[in-house]
Design a protein around this ligand. Structure first.
Ligand code: PLP
Length: 241
């Protein structure tokens, strides 16, 4: 049976999202909620599927790959929201419907496919993966994301790469900053980017603590973890092999 506390947290967040969407005067179907299940057991993902969730976010490749394999055949979409190692890029691409964290040229190269016309229909070599370019709003390169001055060239690079469909921009609001101002900046960068990428209309922004501000600034993809899942267990130490 599904934990009633989980159902209650989900309903609370869904109510909060509906309120924020209404307040912003935006159509409800413009906003996709991704439940971030990193460090959580696959049983929790199953419970959320039972509660009607179809979009799940993960940030570590080995864990995401294992969950995707466990739930193979389920009608769900995996969103990869963490930093992608170049040498794991092809593997992430194999199970992820959307990669939110494209942040450098070498990763675009690793993810891109020279579309192979001899590949069997439905194979990875022909499948296009949707992606966001992640923008780093801090001065700390370890945070992930491309710096603002390097954003436009990276967007050009994604547009020129077969096998990738650019949805828009992704960002995490920096700690200690006003999230509304951070998200307004992302929206502004998104508007500028549409000069070169008119179809890339989406904004992946807003987490447990700041989703209402993100909705007010135009978020189309919310990435919400703990407000729905409850606290995360400590990360399991994974083998590095
Ligand atoms: C963990 C994570 C989230 C969800 O964070 P919560 O504060 O638990 O909602 C969203 N985006 C990214 C990139 C994350 O790593």
């Amino acid at each position: 049976m599904v934990d009633p506390k989980l159902a209650e947290r989900l309903a609370n967040v869904q109510g909060g999202i509906a309120d924020a969407v209404r307040l912003a005067g935006r159509p409800a179907d413009e906003v996709t909620t991704i439940v971030v299940t990193k460090f959580q057991p696959v049983s929790l993902v199953r419970d959320l599927v039972e509660l009607g969730i179809r979009d799940f976010g993960e940030s570590r490749h080995q864990e995401a790959q294992a969950k995707a394999a466990d739930l193979a055949g389920a009608d769900i979409r995996w969103h990869f929201v963490g930093q992608v190692q170049g040498k794991k890029a092809r593997q992430v691409r194999a199970y992820a419907s959307v990669i939110h964290s494209v942040d450098r040229d070498s990763l675009v190269t690793a993810l891109g496919t020279p579309l192979d016309s001899t590949a069997p229909a439905g194979s990875d070599a022909l499948r296009t993966v949707e992606c966001f370019v992640q923008v780093n709003l801090t001065e700390d390169p370890a945070r992930g994301g491309v710096s603002i001055p390097d954003l436009a060239p990276l967007v050009e690079r994604v547009l020129a790469t077969d096998g990738l469909t650019l949805l828009g921009l992704m960002a995490v609001a920096p700690l200690g900053a006003d999230p509304k101002r951070s998200f307004a900046l992302v929206a502004e960068l998104g508007a500028q980017m549409r000069g070169i990428a008119p179809a890339a209309k989406c904004l992946s922004m807003g987490m447990s603590q700041d989703y209402a501000a993100a909705i007010a600034e135009g978020a189309t993809h919310l990435r919400i973890g703990t407000a729905i899942t409850g606290n995360r267990p400590a990360p399991v130490n994974l083998k590095t092999s």
